[in-house]
Write a protein that binds this ligand. Structure first.
Ligand code: C2E
Ligand code: CA
Ligand code: CA
Length: 892
């Protein structure tokens, strides 16, 4: 093509620009077929040249007559020269020839030929004056094929510019011959800047995996099919871009590679950043410990940003730094950071945490904030550090995310994007860790006094017993405040709480560093005294009684406080925790009987109580056998609309001699003496019978909850028994819910888990009762087949006044919602509590506010009244006319 172009230029030179002068100088030549032609005067040489030209040549004289028409012109117009010579130029249908005035013209036109076919012709028109007459010369070339090719290429360009994939085409030497506009927008080079450069050199950089790409190209050259690789590339500004490169070859017919082309996709965002986020989220879902999450995160960051050495530091509430993750930093360095206090000039991290702003130290060697700390990082080749604070939802800095570099420098945009993508999730992970620690603390500690609670005390007592050397003792003292109820009733709960706090302080002053003080609940405290015999323990008790005698200030009041103390001794009185606690409790009761404000050591005479216990067991056994147990039902109300969510069935025992015996008393007894299995199954059967009977009577109650003991879950046939009972009463499985305490799944028993899964298979719901008092890990909850959580009623009493109780209730509602469970609050007694719970998003409430547990007939009456109440409330909302309302009222 370029050769032809050259020839064309030569022709133009001869015939165009110097034409008038040179044509005149040619001597006359032989005559042509047409008479009186100018051409007759042209030299033979020129004619021969024109004749042989590839382009059509037409000469038109000043009278518009065609005086020359070469062979190429005949081909173009499909006209023979005999047809056109001497005729008017109009036969050529060239617009530029029709107007006399046009003496210079150059364009590509579409030419309609005589046979009706159309071709694309490149026309060049120029003029020359010969003998004072203006002649016009037309050069015409058929460019149809070229035009088509050009159109096709333009189309391909347009298509390739449309895609957001980068297209690069190189020759076999990998010199770029084509790039599309996506290339320019991603890498910043224009196609002019890119073409001719080696692809590898242009967009590869320090950390590009050149070997992989070279291997792919090599394989292509050897006839392999296309290959794919993920590589780090660099744009014109040196910014990192992760791309997925698909490389293929364009081959000729013989299969030889002519061009190599690559399709590149920017995967920085979609793949690398998302992979970071996924890494954190899946680790969170798997309950991976935070340090491990931090390590994984840092490792992954270092993979996708190879310039970076990454570390994550935790900043605790006291403003001290603790390394969380930094797998590429030497351990010595991490250890040295541990416990450093944040401050205005404490390296990058300490400073970033202090100000809550990112801090960049481009050169540790000279940065004033690094002077006291620089030796260690410089020693291991780290020269720069950029640290970003990680903030909790409330704005507190809880961590710092640091990028170290091996040379003095600032972070790249890529590095900033990584940090942007990770800080929020990092914050989430760390906050979760903190929340978990807080829940664990709450689960093991009494909220009011901060003392170990019942659950924690059991661990501590058992540890003290285990550690007790032969011949030594462990004393257990139970302490109960005298007349505490009066304080609560007359001065209010706040005063009662204040009294308990002050009491705890005084008790702490009376015990030694090895002794342990805990709160069982209410006004009951425990003092655990390791290495103390009876005499030693009684001395402590006397000390306490005396210390409590000093008057106490409650607000503006002075008042007197005292307590009764009972002591039991390991191993003299018993060797197991439960018996020791019962004995200390019995001894405390004796101290109360003896007039209060004193202590008693457990003695064999108090064993009379054990006899009482045996008598109670016998009575319970008889009651079960004779069907004297009954169930009462307490409604559970949906907080969104006041409708009935379900009922809880609670066992009742009225003994002719003993009167009403509380389930809080006979259920633990039944668990101890093996009667609980029977009670559990009886409750399920009785509750199902009652439900079936209500349903037949047209009372629509969605579900009944039955309490089961952890012991019931050890029985692997439980699910089958439940299925039988449901079938017997024709109830669907979702009409039954089983309430279990955390103990049921804390025993780690395979049988219990199997039973729970089988129950879930069956379609019967499981509810965790008294949630918040045990210490089940939230992670286990998520993996158990549980449908409902019940916030323990102990939190309700203080929920309006005690931040701790509110915190637990809030946490439980959140956890429950997060795990897709229904959250039920039990023990709701006031409208204020109900409102607060509804605001928290708690789904269901249960408590005396609506109704106590009622015998079936009383419950039916309550239900009818409740429905009428609801209908009235609804009508009130709908604003029904008073007359209609009366009708409804009457029918209700
Ligand atoms: P629970 O399962 O936590 O039952 C709730 C207890 O709270 C019931 O005491 C109920 O009467 C009481 N309650 C309900 N609303 C309020 C309120 O607003 N304020 C207050 N202060 N208390 C409220 P109850 O019936 O004495 O039962 C005590 C415990 O005995 C139950 O605690 C449960 O653990 C156990 N229990 C009762 N029936 C059965 C049973 O059939 N089987 C088993 N295994 N245990 C049962
Ligand atoms: Ca319950
Ligand atoms: Ca409960």
């Amino acid at each position: 093509m370029s050769r032809l172009g050259g020839a064309r230029r030569d022709r133009k030179k001869r015939l165009g620009h110097h034409r008038s002068a040179s044509l005149d100088r040619f001597p006359p030549g032989p005559t042509m077929s047409a008479s009186d032609c100018l051409v007759t005067e042209t030299p033979q040489l020129l004619l021969a040249a024109l004749e042989r030209a590839d382009d059509g040549v037409v000469i038109v004289d000043d009278a518009q007559r065609i005086i020359h028409f070469n062979t190429a012109a005949e081909r173009i117009w499909k006209l023979s020269r005999t047809e056109v010579l001497g005729r008017d130029a109009a036969v050529l249908t060239l617009k530029c020839l029709q107007a006399d005035a046009v003496t210079d013209f150059r364009d590509e036109i579409s030419l309609m030929r005589r046979d009706g076919s159309r071709i694309k012709v490149a026309i060049t028109l120029s003029s020359a004056t010969i003998d004072g007459a203006v002649h016009r010369i037309v050069f015409a070339r058929d460019v149809t094929a070229e035009a088509e090719r050009r159109a096709r290429i333009a189309l391909l360009h347009a298509v390739s510019d449309q895609t957001n994939r980068v297209v690069i085409i190189t020759d076999t030497e990998q010199n770029i011959v084509y790039v599309n506009s996506a290339f320019t927008s991603l890498f910043g080079y224009t196609s002019e800047e890119a073409e001719g450069r080696r692809a590898g050199e242009l967009i590869a950089g320090r950390h590009t995996d050149r070997k992989t790409v070279a291997k792919l190209v090599k394989r292509l050259m050897h006839g392999d099919r296309r290959g794919e690789a993920e590589v780090l590339a660099y744009d014109k500004d040196g910014e990192e871009i992760w791309v997925c490169a698909r490389i293929d070859a364009l081959r000729d017919k013989k299969g030889r590679v002519k061009h190599i082309f690559a399709l590149l996709e920017d995967i920085t965002e979609t793949k690398q950043l998302r992979s970071l986020q996924q890494l954190i989220m899946s680790a969170l879902a798997d309950e991976v410990p935070i340090a491990e999450i931090a390590d994984r995160l840092c490792r992954r960051v270092e993979e996708i940003a190879p310039d970076v050495v990454c570390s994550l530091l935790h900043v605790d509430a006291a403003g001290l730094i603790h390394p969380l993750g930094g797998p590429s930093l030497p351990e010595d360095y991490c250890r040295a950071l541990d416990g450093v206090a944040i401050g205005p000039n404490v390296g990058s991290c300490g400073t970033a945490a202090y100000y809550g702003e990112p801090v960049l130290a481009e050169d540790l060697d000279t940065d004033p904030r690094w002077q006291p700390y620089k030796a260690m990082p410089l020693g291991i080749g780290l020269r720069a550090c950029w640290s970003t604070p990680v903030k909790a939802k409330d704005g507190r800095v809880i961590a710092t995310f640091a990028f170290y570099y091996r040379e003095p420098r600032a972070p790249s945009n890529w590095h900033r994007r990584i940090v942007d993508a990770c800080v929020n999730l990092g914050a989430f992970a760390i906050e979760r860790k903190e929340a978990r620690a807080e829940i664990a603390r709450l689960a093991y500690h009494d909220i009011l006094t901060g003392l170990p609670n019942r659950a924690q005390l059991r661990h501590l007592i058992s540890a003290a017993i285990d550690a007790c050397p032969t011949g030594s003792h462990v004393a257990l003292a139970f302490l109960d405040v005298d007349h505490f109820k009066d304080v609560n009733d007359t001065l209010g709960h706040a005063a009662g709480d204040e009294l308990l706090i002050q009491l705890a302080q005084r008790l702490r002053e009376q015990i030694g560093p090895e002794d342990i003080l805990g709160r069982l609940g209410g006004d009951e405290f425990v003092v655990l005294l390791p290495h103390r015999d009876a005499e030693g323990a009684e001395r402590v008790a006397t000390g306490i009684t005396e210390a409590l005698a000093a008057p106490l200030r409650l607000g503006s009041r002075q008042m007197q406080m005292s307590a009764s103390i009972g002591i039991s001794l390991y191993p003299d009185h018993a060797t197991d925790i439960d018996t020791l606690m019962q004995q200390a409790d019995a001894a405390m009761y004796m101290a109360k009987q003896a007039g209060r404000s004193t202590h008693r050591l457990f003695s064999a005479e108090m064993n009379g109580l054990t006899e009482q216990r045996l008598a109670l067991i016998a009575a319970l056994r008889r009651a079960i056998a004779e069907g004297e147990l009954t169930l009462s039902y307490q409604p559970q109300i949906r907080s969104c609309d006041g409708a009935i969510h379900g009922l809880e069935a609670l066992a009742r025992w009225h003994d002719a001699e003993l009167g009403d015996v509380s389930p809080a008393k006979f259920i633990p007894l039944a668990e101890e003496c093996g009667l609980i299995e029977q009670i559990g199954l009886w409750s399920v059967r009785e509750a199902c019978r009652q439900m079936a009977s209500w349903r037949r009577a047209g009372l629509s109650i969605p579900c009944v909850s039955v309490n089961l003991s952890p012991i019931n879950f050890r029985n692997v046939t439980l699910a089958a028994r439940l299925a039988d009972i449901l079938a017997e009463y024709g109830l669907p499985p979702d009409a039954l819910m089983l309430e279990i305490t955390e103990g049921a799944f804390m025993q780690d028993s395979v049988a219990a888990l199997e039973t729970m899964n089988a129950i879930r298979e069956l379609g019967v719901g499981l509810s965790v009762d008294d949630f918040g008092t045990g210490y089940s890990s939230l992670s286990r909850l998520a993996h158990l087949p549980i449908r409902e959580l019940k916030i323990d009623r102990s939190f309700m009493r203080d929920i309006e006044t005690d931040a701790g109780a509110l915190a637990i209730a809030t946490a439980v509602v959140r956890v429950g919602q997060g795990l897709g469970m229904t959250v039920v609050a039990e023990g709701v007694e006031t409208e204020a509590q109900r409102k607060l719970l509804a605001d928290l998003g708690c789904d269901v409430v249960q408590g005396f506010l609506y109704a106590p547990a009622l015998p079936p007939v009383a419950f039916e009456r309550w239900l009818i009244e409740h429905c009428a109440e609801q209908a009235r409330a609804m009508l009130g909302r709908l604003d029904v006319a008073p007359a209609d309302r009366d009708v409804v009222k009457r029918s209700a």
